[in-house]
Write a protein that binds this ligand. Structure first.
Ligand code: S5P
Length: 264
């Protein structure tokens, strides 16, 4: 069962090269923290990624909120990913038919597939969305997460929707390496999905707009998720991002160690 194995052990067995490299990175750097860098200025985003880089395994972007986006931003972020040893996840949440998402993933100003190691998609349109993204992403060694659940109050992603999403992931395992999910699901033989979980906070539980934050201990140790995605808990006004990132890195890693020890 993947929940009881270390990231390093899972890396050795993983068939997707990007997921394998990602699991190795987490083990090597001792971090399961992803920064959700929802900032609207290029300079601020670069500054934050550089400060927090030493503590994270994954930089999660919403590239379309950056007001002065240009190719140089992408070049600088990919250089920082090399410098600090992290990967990049454009949280695009694709949600259209296969043909349209192919264009959205490869073209336009952002050309997401050219720089983002990981991206994600809703399964609302059915399996065509996965096939479209896979056509573009697989030859580039990219991989995909499916949104199986969401962290926000009243989400419709639950029950049968979640179950069908997991089945779709199994069908396209060469490209779909995990989920945005609120808990780990039961493995079937041969499964090793990576569970990434937003809605994580050490100090607050809600933002007044439906976001719900849980403690890393609950998310990683008790609910079995692999990666904690943290935004405002790290960079909100008045916080020292490097200091907060270190706190989340430690909390996430401790919870993971407890999980694999508890289960061994
Ligand atoms: O269900 C979800 C899925 C995602 S990817 N709930 C989320 O909050 N997210 C993203 O995680 C969201 O778009 C944001 O970038 C981040 C959470 O940020 P925070 O500031 O609430 O920690």
């Amino acid at each position: 069962m993947s929940a009881t194995k270390s990231y390093g052990e899972r890396a050795k067995l993983h068939s997707n090269p990007t997921a394998k490299a990602f699991l190795e990175l987490m083990e090597r750097k001792k971090t399961n923290l992803s920064l959700a860098a929802d900032l609207t200025s290029k300079a601020a985003l670069i500054e934050l990624a550089d400060k927090v880089g030493p503590y994270i395994c994954l930089l999660k972007t919403h590239i379309d909120v950056v007001e002065d986006f240009d190719q140089d931003l992408v070049d600088q972020l990919t250089a920082l990913a090399k410098k600090h040893d992290f990967m990049i996840f454009e949280d695009r949440k694709f949600a259209d038919i296969g043909n349209t998402v192919k264009l959205q993933y490869s073209s336009g100003i952002y050309k997401i597939a050219s720089w983002s190691d990981i991206t994600n998609a809703h399964t609302v349109p059915g399996e065509g969305i996965i096939r479209g993204l896979r056509d573009i992403g697989l030859p580039l060694n990219r991989c995909l997460l499916l949104l199986a659940e969401m962290s926000s109050a009243g989400t419709l992603a639950k029950g049968d929707y979640t179950t069908t999403t997991v089945e779709l992931a199994r069908k396209y395992k060469d490209f779909v390496v995990g989920f945005i999910a609120m808990r780990r699901y039961e493995d079937k033989e041969g499964d090793d999905f990576i569970y990434m979980t937003p809605g994580v906070g050490l100090d607050q539980t809600t933002d007044g707009l439906g976001q719900q934050w849980k403690h890393p201990e609950v998310v990683v140790r008790d609910l079995g998720c692999d990666v904690i995605i943290v935004g405002r808990g790290i960079y909100d006004q008045g916080r020292d991002p490097a200091h907060e990132a270190q706190r989340y890195q430690e909390a996430g890693w401790k919870a993971y160690k407890e999980r694999i020890q508890l289960s061994n």
